[in-house]
Design a binder for this molecule. Structure first.
Ligand SMILES: *Cc1c(COP(=O)(O)O)cnc(C)c1O
Length: 420
């Protein structure tokens, strides 16, 4: 599909033709030995957009000058602060505006949404998830089923790759959902597995969960800002994600939530509530009796976390301009180029665990080094390449299309080729 070469001219031409190339200068890059690093760690913590500082200063000014008046009369009235993030996130997630909100942080939201949707009975209580899910998700599901009095070993069904394989087959997920049938209460999958980089078929998983009467929920931490979704059309019940990975909203940034309108629009959908999810017409009457907002923000509990959300708001302005479809298109090219160049380095004795099918992955490639993994990682870091390392021997490399260039990928290859 792409006519790659190992000549540096390929990268130069691809950058020259890249209409998103200008976004690189909107970000702060760490500097090592007088040169900006090659930052391939946006799957862990995205870079800081230049605009974030001014966005936070705006709110500091409002607080200083208007104090409590900032809720109504600030430049961006705080009362509605979560709303400023919704339209762009809705586009990225393929959702309606009334299906999106931002609040809290990822694992907290995962708990809150699971508590809304996991309604186990003595016969229907099982949860299907991917084996090797992010630990926080594993802990969340483990403690959820225990909270309802079930034994995690019995209630949780993990789907692993087949013996000798590294990624999960979609057919195995669907077959397990089907065979669990009436005893399945919920499927809770990562959208992209954080470790292997495998992107799952959310539409198919949702469809088969619904076919047996179960709920389909997803953790989209590695999807948000990386791969566009169609959550509404796929009829996903709920999804949660963080905003500090590809969304570049900073450490501990406010989390994102999708609740399908068939649930969000129904005031009877159970939830653990607080005043920020109450109908705005009666919120400040301070009366008894929770009246939920009939959109996803009916799950908001506490007053807006303004400073935290300001960074996301600023970052999303870049996504709004760049367009998630354009970013994905660039990402497919960039990651395929990275894959091609890596394939020219057999002497490093590694394998790429991430699926080679571009439809089954996002920006990230997961490299498994059969030997010297940690040593190679340390050497990358000292060469000005920021990537992360996981035992045993795995280096995850994620060129985020918002701020990584083809030349970054080429430099990465060149350093590996000449110094390793
Ligand atoms: C990054 C990540 C988390 C982290 O959760 P926090 O609550 O934001 O600390 C959880 N789950 C997945 C799948 C992740 O990728």
């Amino acid at each position: 599909m792409f006519a790659f070469t190992t000549e540096p001219a390929y990268a130069q031409q691809a950058d020259a033709a890249d209409r998103l190339a200008g976004y690189k200068k909107e970000f702060h890059f760490p500097v090592k030995d007088g040169r900006e690093v090659i930052y391939f760690c946006g799957n862990s913590l995205g870079l800081q957009p230049h605009s974030v500082q001014a966005a936070i200063e705006t709110e500091l000014n409002t607080w200083r000058e208007l104090a409590v008046g900032g809720y109504f009369n600030g430049k961006n009235p705080w009362l509605y602060y979560h709303q400023y993030c919704i339209p762009t996130l809705a586009k990225m997630m393929g959702a309606k505006d009334n299906e999106i909100t931002v609040m809290n942080a990822l694992t907290v939201n995962l708990h809150l949404l699971m508590l809304s949707f996991y309604k186990p009975t003595p016969s229907r209580y099982k949860v299907i998830m991917e084996a090797g899910a992010f630990p926080s998700d594993q802990y969340a599901v483990e403690t959820l089923v225990k909270h309802f009095g079930f034994d995690p070993d019995d209630a949780i069904i993990e789907i692993a790759p087949r013996a000798g394989e590294k990624i999960v087959r979609t057919e195995d997920i669907l077959t397990t959902i089907h065979s669990t049938g009436d005893s399945l209460a919920m499927v809770l999958f990562g959208g992209i597995n954080y470790y292997t980089g495998q992107l799952f078929d959310l539409a198919a998983i949702t469809k088969s969960a619904h076919a047996v009467g179960a709920i389909a929920g997803f953790d989209l931490a590695h999807v948000a800002g990386n791969v566009p979704m169609q959550l509404h059309d796929w009829k996903v019940d709920f999804a949660v994600w963080c905003s500090y990975k590809y969304l570049n909203a900073g450490p501990g940034a406010i989390g994102g939530v999708f609740v399908h309108e068939k649930h969000a629009g129904n005031a009877d959908t159970p939830r653990l509530a607080g005043w920020w999810g109450n109908d705005e017409k009666t919120r400040f009457k301070m009366e008894k009796g929770f009246i939920p907002k009939t959109d996803a923000s009916g799950w908001n509990i506490s007053t807006s976390q303004v400073f935290n959300t300001a960074a996301l708001k600023a970052s999303l302005e870049l996504f709004e301009k760049a367009g998630i479809e354009n970013l994905r298109k660039k990402s497919l090219h960039l990651t395929a180029y990275l894959e091609y160049l890596l394939q020219q380095l057999p002497h490093l004795n590694f394998e790429i665990i991430t699926p080679s099918d571009p439809e089954q992955r996002g920006a990230q490639l997961c490299l498994y080094f059969r030997e010297r993994g940690k040593e190679i990682h340390d050497k990358m870091i000292s060469s000005g390449i920021i990537v992360d390392y996981r035992e045993p021997g795995v280096i995850r490399v994620a060129p985020a299309p918002m701020y990584c260039s083809f030349e970054d990928v080429y430099r990465f290859y060149e350093i590996l080729k000449t110094n390793f």
